[in-house]
Design a protein around this ligand. Structure first.
Ligand SMILES: NC(=O)c1ccc[n+]([C@@H]2O[C@H](COP(=O)([O-])OP(=O)(O)OC[C@H]3O[C@@H](n4cnc5c(N)ncnc54)[C@H](OP(=O)(O)O)[C@@H]3O)[C@@H](O)[C@H]2O)c1
Length: 497
């Protein structure tokens, strides 16, 4: 692995939740593993008046006790900035110059936008007006947090605005799902094994199911979530990207643009769900109050910050098709929601049945499944039929499983560790490209439009702690959803969660 060049990471929104919960801990882990550049500093920036010392202690609750912590904290600095005019960034520029000189760091800068999204176009403009976005000698990169737009038009507008100040190659759009080791492993599973890829098409695969369940509700972020919902928060970005990795063609090389070209082609092949087809292909739901273990669980509309008659979906299930040579006619299903029975993200590849059932429909029912578990109990499970010992030919389903936890000597890195390191090294493979983000919005926009304009499309209630609205089952013609358990190898409605 190339060591990243010396550089300064500037985090806008440095006093916020994401910085302290995810970014600083991820940087500390990179420090511990000696993966940071030899000369490196973090400059936190937000409006609050904090000292360097305050900023160094902000993430204390989220950092492990470790003898290296004090040395790491020496790399952290803070500058208070306003965002109203170009002049407001002069102190920031001066501070960067000072840090570069004092620490002997070349003026390579990564700007990380971890602020409210309304500032995503503003900060790049102010940086540009201070001559900080381009340099002949040094690199300048911009990381943009989610959400990237709230609909197709705002995403396009944001892309255009950013491109006024940065080149596409300088822009790194975060989709933290792509930073997950298990998502990246999909490329390896598919393209480094002779046994899977020949089967990875419409002839052998009957359907693909992607589930991303959360057991938590909105957890105090009701105000934010009520303006977003499951479609915007999870499906348009993370889960379509995961579908892209499942469905893409082999890239020519393992390199950012080669991989991102293939993902874009998948998005361009998504069959449009027209507004009048939405009820047939999409189910939306909202959790209602229930009792779990004799404890009352609030419904979504009772959560603080949520409108009393909110029609924001906390659950969405979708059936769709990818109209290309490989996938013609194969239904893809995505299901995601809050307050479901367990926290799990996984992909299930359902293989077609054998053409002739010699042993009857026992056991697997002739269906093999490959389950790729993104989280938790990360791993891969293959389900297939074996003869039950004894007389006759009774078939039972057995599991062959690999768990990442078995690789005791390797820790699975957190998504933000991997993504920050990649950006430091100038590798954009795991970041979303502007055209793909727009293509993903193109696909979901008609669905959102239909929901907005047609109040007759139901929003089904589902009791908190259940697997979503019952009507979700009607989307799948040939069978049921897999109901995953905490443990990769088990499934079913009544397993340990
Ligand atoms: N938290 C997460 O887990 C998470 C996950 C994924 C994506 N994100 C995204 O990351 C971004 C940051 O999220 P967060 O949870 O950290 O939000 P947050 O806790 O509300 O923090 C926002 C930060 O922006 C600064 N800020 C607010 N208004 C500002 C303004 N007008 N000018 C300059 N700075 C301003 C705040 O500091 P001052 O008030 O001191 O300026 C604060 O440091 C959001 O866009 C969010 O959607 C967050």
């Amino acid at each position: 692995m190339n060591k990243a060049e010396n550089q300064i990471l500037i985090i806008f929104g440095a006093s916020g939740d994401l910085t302290k919960r995810k970014l600083i801990p991820a940087l500390f882990e990179l420090y511990r593993q000696k993966l940071l550049p030899q000369k490196f500093a973090v400059l936190g920036a937000s409006r609050s008046a904090l000292s360097d010392e305050d900023f160094r202690n902000l993430a204390n609750d989220f950092l492990p006790e470790d003898e290296q912590l004090d040395a790491f904290k020496e790399l952290l600095f803070y500058q208070s900035v306003q965002n109203n005019s170009a002049n407001d960034f002069v102190p920031l520029k001066e501070r960067l110059d000072k840090l570069s000189n004092k620490l002997g760091i070349t003026a390579n800068y990564i700007f990380y936008l971890s602020t409210p999204p309304s500032l995503y176009p503003v900060i790049p403009r102010l940086l540009c007006e201070n001559g900080l976005t381009r340099s002949e000698k040094y690199f300048r990169r911009l990381i943009v947090e989610k959400p990237f737009g709230t609909d197709l038009n705002s995403a396009k507008e944001l892309n255009q605005q950013l491109l006024n100040y940065f080149e596409e190659e300088q822009i790194y759009r975060i989709d933290h799902y792509l930073g997950k080791e298990t998502v990246q492993n999909m490329l390896v599973t598919r393209f480094s094994n002779g046994i899977f890829e020949p089967l990875w098409n419409r002839r052998y695969i009957e359907r693909v199911e992607i589930t991303s369940a959360e057991s938590l509700g909105v957890e105090g972020r009701g105000g934010y979530y009520d303006n977003s919902g499951a479609m915007r928060d999870m499906l348009q970005n993370h889960l379509l990207q995961v579908a892209g990795f499942v469905a893409m063609e082999p890239p020519v090389v393992v390199e950012a643009n080669a991989i991102r070209n293939e993902i874009l082609k998948v998005f361009q092949s998504l069959r449009t769900i027209r507004e009048n087809e939405v009820s047939r292909y999409v189910i939306r739901g909202q959790y209602t109050a229930s009792h779990i273990n004799n404890q009352k669980i609030n419904g979504y509309r009772e959560e603080p910050g949520v409108a009393k008659f909110s029609r924001t979906e906390t659950f969405v299930a979708l059936k769709f098709f990818i109209d290309n040579w490989r996938w013609a006619g194969v239904p893809f299903y995505i299901r995601t929601g809050k307050k479901l029975p367990t926290r799990v993200t996984e992909i299930v590849i359902h293989f077609r049945k054998v053409p002739h059932h010699l042993f009857g429909d026992t056991g697997t029912g002739g269906n093999n499944q490959l389950i790729i578990r993104i989280q938790p109990d990360e791993g891969i499970l293959l389900k297939f039929g074996m003869k039950t010992p004894g007389a006759g030919f009774k078939v039972q389903t057995v599991n062959m499983d690999f768990h990442y936890s078995d690789l005791a000597d390797k820790k699975v890195p957190a998504a933000y560790e991997r993504l920050l390191l990649d950006c430091m090294q100038g590798d954009a493979t795991l970041y979303a490209r502007g055209d793909a983000v727009e293509a993903a919005w193109e696909f979901v926009q008609p669905i959102i439009n239909a929901w907005d304009t047609n109040p007759e499309i139901p929003i089904y209630g589902y009791p908190a702690g259940s697997w979503g609205p019952e009507d979700t089952d009607k989307l799948i013609v040939n069978g049921n959803w897999r109901y995953p358990c905490k443990n990769l190898t088990n499934d079913g409605l009544y397993c340990e969660l």
